[in-house]
Design a protein around this ligand. Structure first.
Ligand code: ATP
Length: 270
C-alpha cells in the first residue's frame, strides 16, 4: 500500500503519522486487526488529555523507571502495537534497565510472533523471550493464550512493564504477586486501575522519555530508587489524570464558539 504523504503543517500530523505506523504494522502482521481498534481507543483518550506529556505522566514515568532499575528481575512485555510504534525505544529501555523483552500476544499467530521478533531484532535487540522455540510456564489465573509465559522472563520477574495491556492479564499478574507498571492513555481502564504504576500518556511520547530518564537515573543508589517508587501514589495519579481530562473538556467547550468564529473568518485551526 502507498504511504500517505502528510503535509508538515497538518494540525494532526503526529497523530496521523502514528496511525500510519500502526497501519504498516498491521500490513506486516505485527499488529492484530483488533490492535487497530485498541489504537483508536488510545487516540480518543490522547485527544482528551491534550496530546501532550503532562507533568503527572512525567512523574509516573520517573517512578516507573525507578521501579525497573531497582528490580531484581525486571521484564518488558511486548505486544504488536507497542512493537510497531516504538521498537527502538523498547530495545534501549530493555538494555539500560537490564529488563529482557518478552513477546506476549492476546491474538497469537506464529506469523505475528515471527514478525514482532524480526522487528525487535531489526531495532537492535540481542535476545527476545516468550517465543515458540523457548520453554514456557503457565500463569494459572489466566485462560487466554497469554497464560503461557517464559520462565526466564515474566515467569520469574518481580517487576513487569506491560504497556497497552488489557485488564484480565494485569489482574492475573497482580494475583501472582508481580509489581505491574503500565502505559495506558485511559486512566479509567481496568489495567490503569489495577497497576502499581500507570503512566497515562501515549507510548510514542513517553517511552523515549523513559529511555532518557533511565540513562539519567541508572547510577542512582538503590535506596534513592526505592524512595522514588515508595513516594508514588497511583490512586492520586489516576484521580488527577481524570481531572486533567475533565478540565480539558471544560476548556474545549468554552473554546468552541471562538474556533467557529475563527473558522468563519478563514483562520485555520491549530
Ligand atoms: P481494560 O481491559 O484494561 O479495561 P481495554 O479493554 O480498553 O482496557 P484494550 O483495548 O485491550 O483494553 O487495550 C488498549 C488500551 O491501550 C486502551 O486503554 C487504550 O487507551 C490504550 N492505548 C492504545 N494505544 C495507546 C498508545 N499509543 N499509548 C498508550 N495507550 C494506548
Amino acid at each position: 500500500m502507498t504511504k500517505i504523504e502528510i503535509p508538515p503543517d497538518h494540525p494532526r500530523r503526529v497523530s496521523l503519522e502514528t496511525r500510519e505506523a500502526i497501519i504498516e504494522g498491521h500490513e506486516s502482521h505485527i499488529v492484530a486487526t483488533a490492535g487497530l481498534l485498541a489504537h483508536g481507543r488510545g487516540e480518543a483518550f490522547d485527544y482528551l488529555i491534550g496530546e501532550r506529556t503532562t507533568e503527572l505522566a512525567a512523574t509516573a514515568a520517573r517512578a516507573a523507571v525507578a521501579a525497573l532499575l531497582s528490580a531484581k528481575h525486571p521484564v518488558i512485555s511486548v505486544n504488536g502495537n507497542a512493537c510497531s510504534l516504538v521498537p527502538e525505544a523498547l530495545v534501549e529501555l530493555s538494555e539500560i534497565c537490564g529488563a529482557p523483552l518478552e513477546i506476549n500476544l492476546f491474538y497469537y499467530m506464529k506469523e505475528r510472533e515471527d514478525a514482532i521478533k524480526a522487528a525487535l531484532f531489526a531495532a537492535g535487540a540481542k535476545e527476545v523471550l516468550g517465543t515458540k522455540d523457548r520453554p514456557s510456564t503457565i500463569i494459572p489465573e489466566l485462560s487466554s493464550n497469554r497464560r503461557k509465559v517464559d520462565p526466564d522472563g515474566i515467569g520469574s520477574a518481580d517487576v513487569i512493564l506491560v504497556p497497552l495491556e488489557d485488564g484480565d492479564r494485569t489482574e492475573a499478574l497482580k494475583a501472582i504477586g508481580k509489581f505491574v507498571i503500565t502505559i495506558d492513555l485511559n486512566p479509567m481502564s481496568r489495567t490503569a486501575v489495577y497497576s502499581d504504576i500507570t503512566v497515562v500518556d501515549n507510548i510514542v511520547r513517553v517511552l523515549p522519555l523513559m529511555v532518557e530518564l533511565a540513562r539519567e537515573m541508572k547510577d542512582f543508589p538503590k535506596d534513592t530508587l526505592h524512595e522514588i517508587v515508595k513516594n508514588f501514589d497511583n490512586t492520586e495519579n489516576l484521580d488527577n489524570s481524570v481531572r486533567i481530562i475533565m478540565d480539558h473538556l471544560a476548556a474545549s467547550a468554552i473554546d468552541i464558539s471562538e474556533r467557529r468564529r475563527k473558522f468563519e473568518t478563514g483562520v485555520r485551526d491549530q
